[in-house]
Every structure is written in structure tokens, then in C-alpha cells.
Unconditional design. Structure first.
Length: 308
């Protein structure tokens, strides 16, 4: 065990303990929450809960366990995962449903990183073994196109591109009802849900989150929209449309109608990463990759069209 003493900087004043300490230590909020629950986080000498608020100038005392040695990522073939492009610097994949991007505690299913290892793709970047090359993520229940860095140079360039918002991220989402206006921008801060840690929500003081959308096709019960993300918060599209009371069809976590989901035979949210464009880390040329709708999402659209 090791003990870290950390003064609270002005920029974290008023922030939750789990969010602020995660920034200071580079840990996940879940890991910090576990430390707080175990009594390993003190704020000005008193035990701090994960949802307590930080005060500028306060003193955090954190007891950290010794880091565990990372296990090599298991090479595991991923059914349905296609490689759309590969060169010395990047590999672009079409991620199927039910596949996480990388191994994590509690996840026992297939991963993109494990699937790439199974087909002999070598990732040569720094960082934890299970997250090498990961520059962005898709939820396990969200399908579509994503890029993984193969070289250290590509990792640095792409991480910076995502941070500076120069990556063009295009999604298709089927949302309940008919958003009004049919083309617009959702600018609402997102943070952890105040009551349910597994969810996110639009909350005052959350992280800046901006979503642009435009109607593609309207049906009786739903609308297919093109979505462009300006920011990339966890569950951003799902949270923003749920906040408008137009949740993604099939997204029961965020309030979707279970009757409509059953009628369309959907077992997950209708959300697909349709396109991804960025400057290639090798020579700067603009490249763009597209993923077509998988069968379950395409079938749901056809069902809606037949009902028109």
C-alpha cells in the first residue's frame, strides 16, 4: 500500500470526490469510488464519500493498493467483426453487437482487442496491456466503425485528434417519436446519474456535451436521425435524446418503450456508428470509413417502413 497526499486545486472546487480524484490520479471514477467506500480516501483528515464535494485548498489523503500486474490480452476470435482497413499505423474495424472494446473488470465477453490479437494484429503502443491502441470506445451494445492505433505515433496523433475534436464521428440513431425541430443541436452537460451509478444524465455542472442531429427518415412511431458528435461523453447520444424524451428505440436503460422494442425484435438500443473520418496519422491525408446497418437494425427499419 502507498499513501498519496494531494492538495485540491482551484479548478476542482465543488467537484465530486470521485470525479476530481479520478482527474488527479488518472484512475477511473469506479476505482476511486471503491477506494472511498473502503475508507481509503480522507479529505482534511475525515473519511470522504464518493459524492462528497471538494473544496479548493483542501487536502486529500489517498491510500492506494499496489498495482496489479496486467495479464496479457487473451486472443479470442470475435464472430462478425470485420477489418475495414489496416496499415502499419491503424486498424479500422466494424464492431458487432455484444463486443466490448477492451477487457475490464466484470466483463467476460469478447473484445475488439482480443479479436485483433486472434487475427495476428500487433498493437505497439504504451499503456496498460488490455487498452493498448484504444483511442476511443463504443458501448458493447453499440455497433459500427471504430479505429485502433497500431503504432505509438498513431496513438499520440489520434488521441490528440479526438481531444481537439477534429475527428468526424457520424452515427445513425432511431429515436422514439419525432424530434422538433427536425434538425438541431443538443447542448447539455452530462455527468453520472445522481442516483444510479451505471447511468449518466444531463446535470448542472456536468461535462460539456454537444450533439448535432438531422432527420433522415420519419415513421409513425419513430425517427431515423443522422447524429454528429462534437464531444464524446459516455452514453452521450443515448442520454441527450432521452433528455428530450425521444430515447433511442430499444434503449430500456434510458426509458425506451419496451412494447415497441419487442415489436421490432430489438434487444439493444438502435444506435450505430455509421462513419468515422480523420486525418491519417502517417501523412495527414483525410480518410473516412463507413459501416452499414447490421441485420437487427436494418430489420427494425424495414418493419417500420412496412407499417407506413
Amino acid at each position: 500500500m502507498s499513501v498519496r497526499m494531494l492538495p485540491v486545486p482551484d479548478g476542482l472546487d465543488g467537484m465530486r470526490v470521485d470525479a476530481g480524484l479520478a482527474k488527479l490520479l488518472g484512475l477511473s471514477r469506479t476505482a476511486v469510488a471503491e477506494l472511498a467506500t473502503a475508507g481509503d480516501v480522507l479529505l482534511d483528515g475525515a473519511p470522504a464519500g464518493k459524492s462528497d464535494r471538494l473544496s479548493a485548498g483542501g487536502l486529500l489523503e489517498v491510500t492506494l493498493p499496489e498495482p496489479q500486474r496486467a495479464e496479457p490480452v487473451a486472443a479470442e476470435p470475435v464472430e462478425g467483426m470485420r477489418v475495414l482497413h489496416e496499415d502499419d499505423h491503424i486498424v479500422v474495424v466494424d464492431k458487432p453487437i455484444g463486443v466490448a472494446v477492451h477487457p475490464s473488470p466484470g466483463w467476460t465477453g469478447p473484445t475488439v482487442i482480443g479479436g485483433l490479437a486472434a487475427v495476428g494484429t500487433r498493437i505497439s503502443t504504451s499503456g496498460a496491456a488490455e487498452r493498448k491502441g484504444v483511442v476511443h470506445r463504443l458501448d458493447a451494445g453499440t455497433t459500427g466503425v471504430m479505429v485502433v492505433a497500431k503504432s505509438e505515433h498513431a496513438y499520440s496523433v489520434l488521441k490528440r485528434a479526438f481531444k481537439e475534436r477534429t475527428v468526424d464521428k457520424g452515427y445513425h440513431a432511431l429515436v422514439q417519436g419525432h424530434p422538433d425541430p427536425s434538425k438541431g443541436t443538443i447542448d447539455a452537460p452530462i455527468d453520472r446519474h445522481p442516483k444510479h451509478d451505471y447511468k449518466f444524465a444531463v446535470v448542472a455542472g456536468g461535462r460539456e456535451s454537444v450533439t448535432h442531429y438531422e432527420l433522415i427518415e420519419a415513421f409513425r412511431a419513430a425517427s431515423l436521425v443522422q447524429v454528429k458528435l462534437e464531444t464524446g461523453r459516455t452514453h452521450q447520444i443515448r442520454v441527450h435524446f432521452a433528455a428530450l424524451r425521444h430515447p433511442c428505440v430499444g434503449d430500456l436503460t434510458y426509458g425506451a418503450d419496451p412494447v415497441l422494442a419487442r415489436r421490432l425484435k430489438l434487444t439493444r438500443q438502435w444506435l450505430h456508428a455509421h462513419s468515422l473520418g480523420f486525418a491519417h496519422p502517417d501523412d495527414g491525408r483525410w480518410v473516412e470509413f463507413v459501416s452499414e446497418h447490421p441485420d437487427d437494425l436494418a430489420d427494425a427499419l424495414e418493419e417500420l417502413r412496412e407499417e407506413q
